[in-house]
Design a protein around this ligand. Structure first.
Ligand code: GUN
Length: 292
């Protein structure tokens, strides 16, 4: 079998065009321009490149983007003050603090400071709690983007066995929850694997849908896949590559060459989950502005 590549870039472009139309309507009807405030602390190259992509997408959708970039030496108090300023800024409907933060800053305290009604990443305890009990909330962008991808490509999740590799707060835990919840794009039977899992392949071979968010290239190879499985690769890893102008290339967490021989659908890296994450961020920011 040769897997079909699930084109997240194309799907994201279609969804972003619709979001841009709705942004224009909101401006025309109510004079409101949705605004996203982004806080980047430090100069980590991957984070800088994500944040730049988010800001560009915002502007392309006709949204206001407030970009605050501060040095890695920023103190905890200064970080909290930046969040509070955005909480109080009427131009900003959604706030995103790019993670990870430098080690001397308490990530939980900074996330907790974001006003839940502006928490378009869905990371605050209030939003996470609402998601868990099925109340209206902002869903975290990568997990929500994955569910939208499955829905829009007609992948059936109900009754399927979904296996998630990874238990982070950003991807693993929430995507497992969305896949199992009683809702469209859910109703799957979910297994969560992590660094404490024994014999990973025993689990992955049972997956009709496999979501890999391990943060390590080559975590899954073709021999670990059930024939015909749908494989969602969430990894974004930089591999040194002297033939590239910037000196690296991006690869996911799965060995795409061998996995695509066995899977039916596979998300490429880059161009798979990544563009969908940003699209869901735009959708949440639009929703935050509408709720005003
Ligand atoms: N770092 C990696 N992914 C994300 C994300 O979705 N949101 C934020 N704020 N930081 C991240």
């Amino acid at each position: 079998m040769s897997a079909t590549l699930l084109d997240g870039k194309k799907l994201a472009a279609e969804m972003r065009a619709e979001i841009a139309r709705q942004v224009a309507d909101l401006k025309a009807d109510r004079g409101v321009t949705p605004g996203l405030g982004v806080i980047l602390i430090g100069t980590d190259p991957a984070s800088t490149s994500y944040v730049t992509a988010k800001e560009r997408a915002c502007e392309e959708a006709g949204m206001f983007s407030l970009d605050v970039r501060v040095p890695a030496e920023t103190t905890q108090e200064e970080a909290l003050a930046l969040v509070c300023r955005m909480n109080d800024d009427p131009r900003v409907h959604g706030i995103l603090v790019q993670l990870p933060l430098p080690r001397h800053i308490d990530e939980a305290a900074v996330i907790n400071a974001i006003a839940p009604e502006k928490d378009v990443d869905g990371f605050t305890p209030v939003n996470v709690g609402r998601m868990m009990i099925g109340e209206t909330c902002f869903l975290p962008c990568t997990p929500h983007g994955i569910i939208q991808m499955l829905l829009k490509t007609g992948v059936q999740t109900a009754g399927q066995h979904a296996v998630v590799i990874g238990r982070s707060n950003i991807v693993g835990k929430p995507v497992a929850h969305l896949l199992m919840r009683k809702a469209e794009g859910g109703n799957a039977t979910v297994t969560v694997c992590h660094t404490g899992t024994r014999d990973l392949a025993t689990h992955t071979r049972q997956a009709d849908i496999l979501v890999v968010a391990a943060g390590r290239p080559g975590t899954v190879t073709g021999s670990m896949i059930k024939p015909g499985a749908v494989v969602i690769d969430v990894g974004v890893n930089r591999i040194p590559d002297a033939s590239k102008k910037n000196g690296f290339r991006l690869v996911g967490d799965v060995d795409a060459a061998s996995v695509s021989e066995v899977a039916s659908l596979l998300t490429p890296v880059p161009g798979g989950v990544g563009p969908m994450t940003i699209t869901m961020l735009l959708a949440n920011t639009l929703e935050a502005a509408r709720r005003l």
